[in-house]
Design a protein around this ligand. Structure first.
Ligand SMILES: [Cu+2]
Length: 462
């Protein structure tokens, strides 16, 4: 079938080329120049112009009928406002589209070239200028005011009893955090991000654990660097040279007893390290890389200590707030008809949380939490009935091209009745309790998750 279409297209192009050639030849026979266009030609083109306008409009209307309703009914309270805004804009755009195109085609058709007619010279008209300045200004002002009002409804202050939910983006998945019984999120700090603490929640236990992990790594690295054979041998040679100069210095400068004792002690250390059998042999690059890693880890420790320094007492409450946070992956639930305030964070690059059924989208920016509020109005079960699709699920997608697996960055949203929601929430483990058990990761996803976490850890240490 594809081959057939291709064949038709090729034959068509050949036919048009041949027709053009025939036309050229007949023109030469008739002794007219190619660029001389006859009255009949012009009139034909004028008519075709109108015909094209009709076909163009017919195609446009057909597409609107077929694809105009591309989103299902809005499932959030503000969604109606967004849809109205969208429709209002579309009506204006479509009206302008018809007016402008009709003028374009009809004028081009009506005023085709005729020898006996001269164009009117019409350089300026104040009334016209006023008209096409004032009318668009008013229309744009209305669109902007209407838009701002809808925007403010979505981003305004949430009610004090609103449910707060944190949506955390990273390459390439979503993590959702619920504040727990105190309705207060625990502090988070990127220096504490690890496999067991993907959001970097600050707790005393977490800080101790992170510091221990870094110290262990640091100890291994330091041992490797300190026992490098080549470096030790060089140091030994240097000390020996200083203690027993092979060429007399001749400046009569005597070494102090203190310095001598220090050098001898160090020489002893170096020799016993060399004889210990624990020496390492590293290339210059590997040696430098390890030293580099040591200084990065030391800086990391420094940064973690700074969290602790950061008015420990006043933050103790916030630290404790984190212990009952609930962290979920794969899907998250929200109660119907309850105001939800979303807080968005990102670990690595800009992502965008897009919830098409709720007519909501917000960028997730590293270092800058963003937010908006919404009220879901239709439960997943009801929406399945509305859509006549028992498989239907709400979804939150990444809508910023954020990297190789961007296409796969989605999380299911389940809108529950308040009772279902409470029951679900109870099943979700609290953060500190969860820490003791292995992190819940689906077996088939485990490998990729681990790779991502390892990557981001290096990124953080760097
Ligand atoms: Cu993304």
């Amino acid at each position: 079938m594809k081959l057939f279409i291709l064949l038709v297209v090729v034959v068509g192009i050949v036919a048009i080329a041949q027709l053009a050639r025939v036309y050229e030849l007949t023109a030469r026979l008739r002794k007219t120049k190619e660029e001389d266009i006859s009255y009949a030609d012009n009139r034909l083109n004028a008519k075709l112009w109108l015909l094209f306008m009709v076909l163009f409009y017919a195609g446009f209307i057909a597409l609107i009928v077929k694809y105009g309703d591309y989103l299902p009914v809005s499932a959030s309270a503000h969604g109606e406002g967004v849809d109205k805004l969208m429709d209002f804009n579309m009506y204006i755009i479509i009206a302008v589209f018809f007016v402008v195109n009709t003028l374009l085609f009809v004028f081009a058709s009506k005023y085709y070239y005729r020898k006996d007619r001269k164009a009117k010279f019409f350089p300026h008209d104040n009334r016209l200028e006023l008209f096409w300045t004032i009318v668009p200004s008013i229309v744009l002002a209305v669109i902007i005011i209407f838009g701002l009002r809808t925007w403010n409804e979505m981003t305004g202050e949430a009610a004090p009893d609103a449910l707060r939910v944190e949506v955390y983006a990273k390459q390439f998945d979503w993590t959702v955090r619920y504040p727990g019984d105190n309705n207060e999120f625990g502090l988070a700090n990127y220096n504490l991000i690890s496999t067991t603490n993907p959001l970097g929640i600050v707790t005393k236990e977490g800080i101790v654990e992170s510091l221990e992990a870094i110290e262990t790594e640091l100890a291994t690295l330091k041992a490797d660097v300190e026992n490098e054979r080549g470096v030790l041998l060089r140091e030994k040679a240097e000390i020996e040279e200083e203690l027993h100069p092979s060429h007399g210095h001749g400046d009569g400068h005597e070494m102090s007893a203190e310095r001598k004792a220090h050098l001898e002690a160090r020489l002893h250390e170096v020799e016993s390290a060399l004889n210990s059998g624990n020496t390492t042999v590293l290339s210059e690059e590997a040696y430098e890389a390890k030293k580099d890693k040591i200084s990065r880890l030391e800086r990391h420790i420094q940064r973690i200590m700074e969290i602790e320094d950061f008015s420990y007492e006043s933050n103790l409450r916030a630290w404790e707030a984190g212990t009952d946070d609930r962290i979920v992956k794969g899907e998250f639930h929200l109660p119907v008809r309850k105001e939800v305030e979303f807080i968005f964070r990102s670990r690595d690059v800009i992502h965008s949380a897009y919830m098409p059924h709720f007519r909501a989208q917000m960028n997730c920016v590293p270092g800058v939490p963003t937010r908006f509020k919404m009220i879901p109005t239709i439960t997943t079960d009801s929406m399945r009935l509305v859509m006549n699709n028992p498989e239907f699920d709400y979804i939150l997608l990444c809508n910023k091209v954020c990297g190789a697996a961007h296409f796969n960055m989605a999380i299911k949203i389940v809108i529950d009745t308040p009772e279902q929601y409470e029951a679900w929430l109870k099943e979700q483990a609290e953060y500190v309790a969860k820490e003791e058990t292995a992190p819940a990761v689906e077996p088939e996803a485990a490998e990729s998750v681990e790779v991502v976490v390892a990557d981001s850890q290096t990124a953080i240490v760097e």
